[in-house]
Design a protein around this ligand. Structure first.
Ligand code: GDP
Ligand code: GDP
Length: 444
């Protein structure tokens, strides 16, 4: 499939890169609190502006923990990687404090690239701040955009220009489903058995398992063929062995890496250790995956060493079900990476869920379904007793599976009603275990 353009946001610390990233990505999960000086991994996010899709990368803070020598060399290293990875670069400056020596260092790096660079002055929160860009032209660039990442000023203009040459969504075309390898992310906390599982999965297919270059630096990709179907395992386990420096922050780091893998994946396998209760962190990561539209398989690993009778799995199932709230009936697989028990089922499940998310429902059909559901259970009324009306519904995306419903008062469609409609769609098309995302948009 045609690759979406990658936009990297670079700049020295504190100019507002994360703020801009969040503004563009609109949503972010607060799994780990931001503490100055701690490692922040890269975040990736697929977004669209005026029907032009692209991927943004937030290089995060500079990882002083990995810096072998100075902070500056780490910044240069990070910036080089970000430029290399990008199709278009956004160079962010602090419009209030002006050009700093580090900005010049970055500018020197940018002069060596052919890639389009957008120089953006941030923190210009009001129109009267705009004049301040004048001082920034000492960098020797032709155009500087004035924005306020925290207030949203100037962002639309920036995106208009940034994306004007990007392909339209339609241009990506439909790819033959059989030809696309299914990307399966294997995530979970340290020591749950991710590496062991990957070895087992590769072992069964050793002849055809091969490393492939990934799109993120923190995920190892392994191509595997199983029953005539191609898979790519997105592995977040191996990297830590290479960087001892992270030993003390492994937990935290694994969350970030999991998120990068989830973003890339079609289907997510969350591995947990059968000997321990499912952790809050696992639940958060699983919810994140679900909300991002990725089907989640919960793999209860090390099943071989659990003391069990014929009802043990039911207890596990009940416990996980009561805590994994996003899906009413999560898919749970009891397995052992060590003995290989049920590991082959992972492929079947991944393929099944992948196929379900590829479903395309004609607009007339989904429309009718929603209208009927609204007649059966009318939505609660808007303030002042006005009726909430659904004008029409249409599926805008297949992976993830997203349906947009145009209505007069989207803000009045509450969580419980949204859940009702979600269930209607899920039941109608047997989309159990596949996240169905409904979005309500305003239309008069
Ligand atoms: P990063 O280190 O480049 O990722 O910078 P952050 O996004 O963490 O922002 C650094 C600081 O600048 C934070 O305190 C932000 O709240 C602040 N900041 C970011 N964008 C703006 C903006 O548009 N206006 C103002 N006034 N402050 C901003
Ligand atoms: P990772 O950190 O998630 O990659 O975990 P590893 O694959 O390194 O496994 C952590 C430990 O659990 C190792 O000592 C493995 O041998 C052990 N382990 C992994 N899977 C299983 C399993 O299915 N059964 C048993 N008994 N031990 C396992």
């Amino acid at each position: 499939m045609k690759k979406k353009p990658i936009v990297s946001i670079i700049g020295r610390p504190n100019v507002g890169k994360s703020t801009l990233f969040n503004r563009l990505a609109r949503k972010r999960i607060a799994i780990v609190e931001d503490t100055p000086g701690v490692t922040r991994d890269r975040n990736y996010y697929d977004i669209q502006w005026e029907n032009r899709p692209f991927t943004i990368v937030d290089t995060g803070g500079f990882e002083s923990e990995v810096a072998t020598d100075s902070l500056e060399s780490s910044m240069v290293e990070q910036t080089k990687v970000a430029i290399e990875e990008a199709d278009v670069v956004v160079f962010l400056l602090d419009g209030i404090t002006g050009v700093a020596p580090d900005d010049q260092v970055i500018m020197d790096l940018l002069r060596r690239t052919e890639k389009p660079v957008f120089v953006v002055a941030n923190k210009l929160d009001t129109p009267r701040h705009e004049d301040m860009t004048a001082n920034l032209y000492e960098l020797g660039v032709d155009k500087i955009f004035a924005v306020s990442a925290s207030h949203g000023r100037g962002i639309g203009e920036l995106l208009d220009e940034l994306t004007q040459d990007f392909p339209l969504l339609e241009e990506y075309g439909d790819v033959d489903e059989e030809e696309v390898p299914i990307r399966l992310a294997i995530i979970g906390r340290p020591n749950v058995g991710k590496s062991s599982l990957i070895n087992t999965l590769c072992g069964e297919n050793r002849a055809v398992a091969s490393p492939v270059p990934g799109t993120t630096r923190d995920t190892l990709h392994t191509a595997i063929r199983h029953n005539g179907r191609d898979f790519i395992l997105l592995d977040t386990a191996g990297i830590r062995r290479k960087s001892r420096a992270f030993e003390h922050s492994i937990e935290r780091y694994s969350v970030f890496r999991s998120i990068a893998a989830i973003e890339e994946a079609h289907v997510v396998l969350l591995l947990v250790d059968a000997q321990e209760p499912i952790a809050d962190q696992d639940l958060k990561v699983a919810s994140y995956a679900w909300e991002a539209g990725k089907p989640v398989i919960i793999g209860v690993n090390k099943w071989d060493i659990v003391d069990k009778d014929d009802r043990t799995y039911l207890q596990y199932q009940k416990n996980i079900q009561s805590r994994f709230k996003v899906s009413s009936k999560p898919c749970i697989l009891f397995l052992s990476a060590l003995t290989g028990q049920r590991t082959h089922k992972i492929y079947d499940l991944a393929e099944k869920f992948y196929r379900k998310t590829r479903l395309r429902i004609p607009t007339t059909e989904i429309n009718e379904l929603i209208q009927k559901a609204a007649i059966k259970h009318p939505p609660p009324s808007h303030t002042g007793g006005k009726r909430v009306k659904f004008f029409y519904a249409t599926q805008i995306s297949r992976h993830p599976f997203i349906v947009v419903i145009f209505c007069n008062y989207p803000e009045s469609v509450h969580f419980s009603y949204k859940r009702y409609l979600t269930n209607v769609v899920t039941e109608a098309y047997s989309l159990h275990n596949v996240p169905v995302i409904l979005k309500f948009r305003k239309k008069k």
